[in-house]
Design a protein around this ligand. Structure first.
Ligand code: N01
Length: 544
């Protein structure tokens, strides 16, 4: 049981076995699983509701790019059988409703504390425990700390000069007002054409008097081919859930039906490749493309065949050749930035009320009282939606002052790039676990598959420690060095590092350029984690 008391200063003090930071999909499952070990566990969540990413990203068109029947928890067969997804790809409200249902169904809310932002975490080596502080003045002490703080949870508006002067309203995709925004009749600017921009642009265009899209880098996007859930599809899927879920855990991206490809794109003729790309385009989704050939993400010539196919599609859809040219990506291999999924994105540029502004040639110089000024001219706007991304993967952790008493902050320890062992633990920071951290496949996988695997690994580890009467676990620096080297070597053997993406921190000025995810595939990674555990937690120092 959690124990709470108040010290002389009036500070609320809570003692637990495990403290979890973050009430998204990762934190909630960690709570469920660790509570089942009989431990006292509590989740602290900054938001006024659970859901993490799906709580904050309420922008128009926010929707998952993995099919709902896959993008859901697999730990409870009753849950996966009873829940009904209305569409092929879940919308933000649908996914949030699902997460809230899970929280209620598994009685999680009694151990979730909302509106509590953790700002500090200190490890005391004498007691082998963490002490966390919240912005609201609460102190939480626990032997173990699980950071379920998310990978895309630190929204970032670039440091444009003059934003405070803007007389209209501005928004960020990742901090969207819960009550929504009505753009009807307004002159709107959207800055950014990543996954968030590409999803919101078609919907904002339907409302706005005029929409200006400020694009720095043209991006590849594929049609989602979304639609209502087909009863037959759902039944077939649910009937095969045990096999599908197990299969997903051993695929490259954690999605069933998409095993590791064996054929090279260059081993088949152009007509056959075309047929395949066309079939995938019509079917919808991005995982089919990413796993269509075994050299799609490692060989430039192979990659170029798919890139050119998509470029041709853009040229066919967009009527104005100059606009089509601007929308055609030519500076990174397809799939090396997150491959976007859309509904009517390129078609939107055929509307009379939509203008594409090239801010690569003429960068944004400042925000004025009336709008956005680029190197070319001023654009008058009533509202600006920033879809400019996040301080990804490390941002949320760097924002918390995490350190061992008297030691360096995690943010400083990671000044040259994140150092983890398995993306789960950090050398020099005992009894601290990260869910889907840098150096794990997290963001390059179906997140929930990775979340479940991490949580189950952590829960197995804590059970093992209890059984062996151990109170401290810490990654060995050498094991971490070898892991980081391996993660980098795998990344460098692919085309991923060529793109200026958030995977390499390129969107944050001053962030070290390191390719952070582990891209050998979730199957390979899972096996590695299981081996480490089976070998008595190889690479860790465990002490009493
Ligand atoms: O952010 P992004 P996002 N001036 O970083 C531009 C997940 N997600 O929120 O490419 C002008 O991808 C920037 O330009 P550039 C998914 O994993 C998933 O869209 O850096 N422009 C880019 O166009 C995704 O990858 C879903 O040149 C500036 C954009 O802003 C991740 O979240 C939906 C600029 C940022 O794109 C992040 O996606 C949504 C500047 N100063 C998100 N600074 C689905 O499941 C930045 N940009 C479908």
């Amino acid at each position: 049981m959690a124990k709470a008391d108040s010290n002389g200063s009036g500070e609320r003090h809570t003692r637990l076995d495990v403290v979890i930071v973050g009430g998204g999909l990762g934190g909630l499952y960690a709570l469920h699983r660790l509570r089942a070990l009989g431990m006292s566990v509590r989740v602290y969540e900054a938001g006024s509701g659970v859901g993490g990413t799906w709580f904050w990203n309420r922008y128009p068109g926010a929707r998952c790019d993995i099919e709902s029947l896959e993008y859901s928890y697999s730990f409870s067969d009753e849950l996966q059988q009873e829940w009904k997804w209305p569409e092929r790809y879940g919308t933000q409200p649908q996914i949030l409703a699902y997460i809230e249902h899970v929280a209620e169904r598994f009685d999680l809310m009694r151990d979730v504390q909302l509106n509590t932002r953790i700002t500090q975490a200190r490890f005391d080596p004498d007691t082998n425990s963490w002490s966390l502080r919240s912005a609201e003045g609460e102190v939480i002490t626990a032997r173990f700390c699980v950071m379920a703080t998310g990978n895309l949870s630190t929204p970032r508006v670039p440091d444009f000069q003059g934003l405070e002067r803007f007389q209209g309203k501005w928004y960020h995709s990742g901090l969207w007002p819960a009550e929504g925004v009505d753009f009807t009749g307004l002159r709107v600017g959207v800055v950014g054409t990543g996954s968030s921009g590409i999803q919101m642009i078609p919907l904002i265009a339907q409302q706005a008097r005029h929409l200006h899209v400020f694009q720095r880098t043209a991006n590849f996007s594929l049609p989602a081919q979304n639609g209502p859930m087909q009863a037959e599809h759902e039944q077939g899927y649910k009937g095969a859930y045990p096999e599908r879920r197990e299969a997903a855990r051993h695929t490259p991206f954690g999605v069933s039906g998409y095993p590791a490809p064996t054929e090279s794109a260059l081993a088949v003729d152009a007509a056959e490749r075309r047929r395949k790309y066309e079939e995938l385009w019509q079917k919808g989704g991005s995982i089919g493309f990413l796993t269509c050939y075994n050299d799609f993400l490692v060989n430039e010539a192979a990659n170029e065949t798919a890139a050119e196919f998509v470029r041709e599609k853009i040229r066919a859809i967009v009527k104005d050749p100059a606009v089509a040219r601007l929308l055609t990506p030519d500076d990174h291999p397809i799939g090396t930035k997150r491959l976007c999924l859309d509904t009517g994105y390129y078609e939107t540029y055929n509307r009379d009320n939509v203008t594409l502004v090239d801010v690569r040639t003429h960068p944004i110089q400042e925000i004025t009282e009336r709008g956005i000024r680029t190197a070319e001219r001023e654009y008058e706007l009533d509202a600006i939606a920033f879809a400019t991304g996040f301080d990804a993967m490390t941002g949320a952790l760097r924002e918390i002052d995490i350190r061992v008493e008297g030691g360096p902050a995690l943010a400083d320890a990671w000044a040259g790039g994140p150092q983890t062992y398995l993306g789960l633990t950090v050398p020099g920071f005992p009894n601290l676990f990260i869910i889907t951290g840098p150096g794990s496949p997290g963001v390059k996988s179906q997140m929930i598959v990775s979340i479940e695997q991490h949580v189950e690994w952590i829960s197995g580890c804590l059970d093992y420690m209890r059984e062996h009467r151990l109170s401290r676990i810490e990654a060995e620096p050498e094991a971490s060095r070898a892991w980081v080297e391996h993660v980098n070597a795998v990344g460098d053997s692919t085309l991923y590092p060529q793109a200026n993406s958030w995977y390499v921190g390129a969107n944050i000025p001053g962030k070290p350029r390191v390719f952070m995810p582990y891209v050998a595939g979730v199957g390979v990674y899972r096996q590695k984690c299981a081996e480490v555990a089976a070998n008595g937690y190889e690479g860790f120092n465990l002490t009493q």
